[in-house]
Write a protein that binds this ligand. Structure first.
Ligand SMILES: *Cc1c(COP(=O)(O)O)cnc(C)c1O
Length: 387
């Protein structure tokens, strides 16, 4: 993959806009035609050109070309959020009476879709522990239409053997979708492993600056075209040209941001493993990670997110650790320039906290672009509240 070409050149037709290096933000909702014939052609097939920005727009198209190429896919669609990409892609593959097999802990809003919305339309989902291919094999029914993966997930990082699941699905005519937000195409290329549709929350690493929401979905042109003409246009969940432009800007530095974050994450991971207040560190590229071999096989790297399990006696100690952080900000999301902490106990009722449950003592850290030594110092002073 010629990453530099994709990021700096592909899709950019600079002669069209005064040889400007940065493309213009085509902030227009619609496009005019010279003849009825031309207008009719686009109304019959909006996929072919620029009619109305809910569908396509020149600034968005540059981004589509780059993100498709990065994934090694024929085409890409950009949505207003990762959640919209999940919704549109899943909806496009199922109808009443169908069955979905999903990995056990997908992103929360994927889970909500499977548990709360799809059952209202007669679509049922079985959740499986994705660490063993046998669990997928056993869950498949005659009416299974879709297998939904997320590898690694974004809290405890369980992986699925992507090539094995894709092969199993293909043999039975089942479509596969993967959420690749954690790795991005820089560290994992699911289409090369046989996956049909690949999505990411572009809000995270692609944007990289915590200032834009977006989702990306890639796949074969025939599938993407169908989703464009139906779900994308009908849900109306496309992206604004300005946000597409911000993502183009973020993309220019994607690789170097990931490299920096990956180096710092490894360093901080090694340091955390030596700390008495930390019982466990979970990071896919750590040799002690239970699926390390699989991670090495299907990923070329990992950056940013890791989870620590504190040796805390109760909720008060976990909260004291998080409240005591001076440089890490406490927030959801990740993928920006700034380091973050997200304690699992923030998502639960105070009275439900049980120190015997490992997950309750977990804090997810996102390592951003700051000086790793400074971040270690911050963690060190705050870990004193555990001792
Ligand atoms: C954030 C996230 C999403 C959802 O993306 P939004 O852009 O927030 O809608 C989906 N999957 C994963 C793994 C995420 O971290």
């Amino acid at each position: 993959m010629d990453l530099s070409f994709i990021i700096n050149q592909l899709g950019e037709d600079r002669e069209q806009y005064f040889n400007a290096i940065a493309p213009p933000i085509m902030q227009s909702s619609n496009f005019a035609f010279k003849t009825v014939g031309e207008m009719r052609e686009l109304l019959q097939d909006e996929y072919k050109g620029f009619l109305y920005t809910r569908g396509n727009n020149p600034t968005i198209e540059i981004l589509r070309k780059k993100l498709a190429a990065l994934d090694g896919a024929e085409d890409a669609l950009i949505f207003g959020s990762g959640a919209a990409a999940i919704f549109a892609s899943v909806l496009s593959q199922v109808q009443q009476g169908d069955h979905i097999v999903s990995v056990r802990d997908p992103y929360n809003w994927a889970r909500q879709l499977f548990m709360n919305i799809l059952p209202r339309f007669g679509v049922e989902t079985t959740f499986v522990d994705g660490t063993d291919i046998a669990h997928f094999r056993n869950a498949i029914r005659p009416n299974t239409r879709l297998i939904y993966l997320e590898s690694p997930n974004s809290f405890t990082f369980e992986l699925q053997d992507i090539a094995a699941v894709a092969a199993l699905a293909k043999k039975q005519g089942i479509v596969t979708i993967i959420d690749n937000s954690y790795c991005t195409p820089i560290y994992q290329r699911p289409h090369d492993l046989g996956i049909d549709l690949c999505l990411q929350s572009a809000t995270k690493f692609i944007s990289g600056h915590s200032d834009t929401m977006a989702g990306v979905l890639t796949g074969r042109q025939e599938m993407i075209r169908r989703i464009f003409t139906s779900e994308l246009l009908n849900i109306g969940s496309g992206i604004a040209p300005f946000n597409a432009w911000l993502l183009l800007r973020g993309l220019r530095t994607l690789e170097i941001r990931l490299e920096r974050s990956a180096r710092s994450t490894e360093k901080i991971c090694r340091w955390l493993k030596e700390q008495p207040g930390v019982e466990k560190v979970i990071f896919p590229m750590d040799p002690d990670f239970p699926q390390y071999e699989l991670a090495r096989k299907q990923m070329t790297g990992a950056a940013g997110l890791l989870t620590i399990q504190l040796r805390a006696t109760g909720r008060a100690q976990v909260e004291a650790f998080c409240n005591g952080l001076q440089r890490f900000l406490m927030a959801v999301s990740w993928g920006g320039h700034e380091s973050l902490a997200f304690p699992a106990c923030a998502s639960m009722h105070e009275s439900d906290f049980d120190p015997a449950v490992e997950k309750h003592r977990m804090v997810r850290l996102y390592i951003g672009l700051e000086d790793p030594e400074m971040l270690i110092e911050d963690l060190s002073q705050s870990l004193k509240s555990i001792a």
